[in-house]
Write a protein that binds this ligand. Structure first.
Ligand SMILES: *Cc1c(COP(=O)(O)O)cnc(C)c1O
Length: 429
């Protein structure tokens, strides 16, 4: 496998991690549908288990198809290494697992995917972890929320559902000053629109379920490590910087340097949490990524056109797309997502909650689903679905108020999409 990094994103998305198969010459990455791998001999087996040699042991840990995807993701994000896992939510737990412990907390943006807010505020408690949700527009509040037990700042590049753009550079500076990593969920931007590591992020997490695969066929996740964080600069991250009791006292940072987080993710994270991706899913995601740049260009062009059209419709109160001149995040979008601010935004209807429900019901070409980043256009009323578990205040803070509908603009023709939106808006009254 090559982990080649090319000058052009379009080359990297096809070639990184996918040299011809060494066993057969197969040009496309084969699906290695195997649980285990035969050791050359007893010494080989011992060296693999001791991490003295890198190789394949068991597919809960490593698999060649998944390895190809990991190499490609690391190259696309400009990271030192990547670990794939079973979903975007698994990626969040896997990213935090080496950093956290009972009594530790993270400072997270209020503007997050609804399921992430639930994971952070409810399920975290079972581990003795906690999350302080802070409006990241208030940088002083972010700074003020960090205490001696804070182990990371967490945000989304383009926050689902409202299309809010996080000021990654400003948040990275605060994280740096506090000696903690910035973790960025880059699901809705993809590395084509934004590479968070270039803005100072330590770790990037993905739901590969969305644009990366791009067609609504796979549930998957990934963590990409920049390799730039000094885990040994303080005693805050003993799993990485001190003897790790879960791996015979191995010091991961000392032994693996910039690859410490990635090795820990495989040797401890996947080994003990078991949130492993399957090889077939990795293959589909590799296929999807081959056309990522082309798809994102079309997603963005469609979203820009449709958002501008919606803004002029008499039934519409407001549109949150950061590519519109009316967006308060227009300038930030140019800085953080120079190739376009994604294809996800919300539409506020003058008719309120009832009009939203009628609008969703009347759409024919848009599919009413709890997903985003599909080739086809999607719609959902976040307040009654994905953000249903949140309080009214949390819904509003997350950009999912009852009078807004979220659109994920696909790569169909805009004429057909606009015709569908127009008939549904008229039906909603
Ligand atoms: C969907 C999504 C997730 C969760 O990913 P799954 O693959 O569904 O577990 C996390 N963050 C964002 C921004 C998402 O859109």
């Amino acid at each position: 496998m090559t982990d080649g990094v090319y000058k052009d994103f379009a080359t990297t998305q096809i070639h990184a991690g996918s040299a011809p198969d060494p066993a057969t010459g197969a040009r496309q990455v084969p699906i290695y549908q195997t649980t285990a791998y035969v050791f050359r001999d007893a010494d080989h087996a011992a060296a693999l288990f001791g991490l003295q040699e890198v190789g394949y042991i068991y597919s809960r840990l490593t698999n060649p198809t998944i390895g190809a995807l990991q190499a490609r993701l690391a190259a696309l994000e400009g990271g030192a290494g990547a670990v794939c896992c079973s979903s975007g939510h698994a990626a969040q737990i896997m990213a935090l697992f080496p950093l956290m412990g009972p009594g530790k907390n993270i400072v997270a943006s209020t503007r997050l995917y609804g399921g992430t807010i639930t994971q952070f505020t409810q399920t975290f408690k079972r581990f003795g972890w906690s999350a302080k949700l802070i409006d990241t527009e208030d940088l002083a509040a972010v700074k003020g929320a960090i205490d001696e037990n804070t182990r990371a700042i967490f945000c989304e590049t383009i926050a689902n559902p409202g299309g809010y753009i996080s000021d990654l550079d400003a948040l990275a500076k605060i994280a740096d000053e506090a000696g903690i990593p910035l973790i960025v969920d880059n699901t809705t931007a993809t590395p084509y629109l934004c590479r968070p590591i270039e803005h100072g992020a330590t770790l990037v997490v993905h739901s590969l379920t969305k644009y990366m695969t791009g067609n609504g066929t796979v549930t998957g996740g990934a963590i990409i490590d920049s390799g730039k964080f000094d885990w040994s600069a303080s005693d805050k991250f003993p799993s990485l910087s001190a003897p790790e009791p879960a791996y015979q006292g191995l010091n991961f940072h000392e032994t693996f340097g910039p690859a410490a987080f990635t090795f820990h993710g495989i040797a401890i994270g996947l080994r003990d949490l078991g949130m492993t991706m399957n090889p077939q899913g990795a293959h589909y995601t590799l296929m999807g990524i081959e056309t990522l740049s082309l798809r994102m260009e079309k997603h963005v062009a469609n979203a820009q056109k449709i958002a501008a059209w919606l803004e002029t419709h008499p039934a519409v109160k407001s549109v949150t797309y950061p590519g519109l001149a009316s967006s308060p995040y227009k300038d930030r979008a140019v800085r953080i997502t120079p190739k376009g601010p994604g294809a996800l935004f919300t539409v506020q209807l003058k008719g309120g909650y009832d009009a939203c429900m009628k609008f969703v019901a009347a759409l024919k070409l848009f599919s009413h689903v709890a997903n985003l980043g599909d080739a086809r256009s999607l719609v959902i009323h976040s307040a009654s679905t994905t953000h249903r578990q949140l309080t009214d205040e949390q819904q509003i803070a997350a950009g999912a108020a009852p009078d807004v509908v979220r659109l994920s603009i696909g790569i169909e023709g805009t004429e057909d999409l606009i015709a569908d939106l127009d008939q549904a808006l008229n039906a909603a009254g």
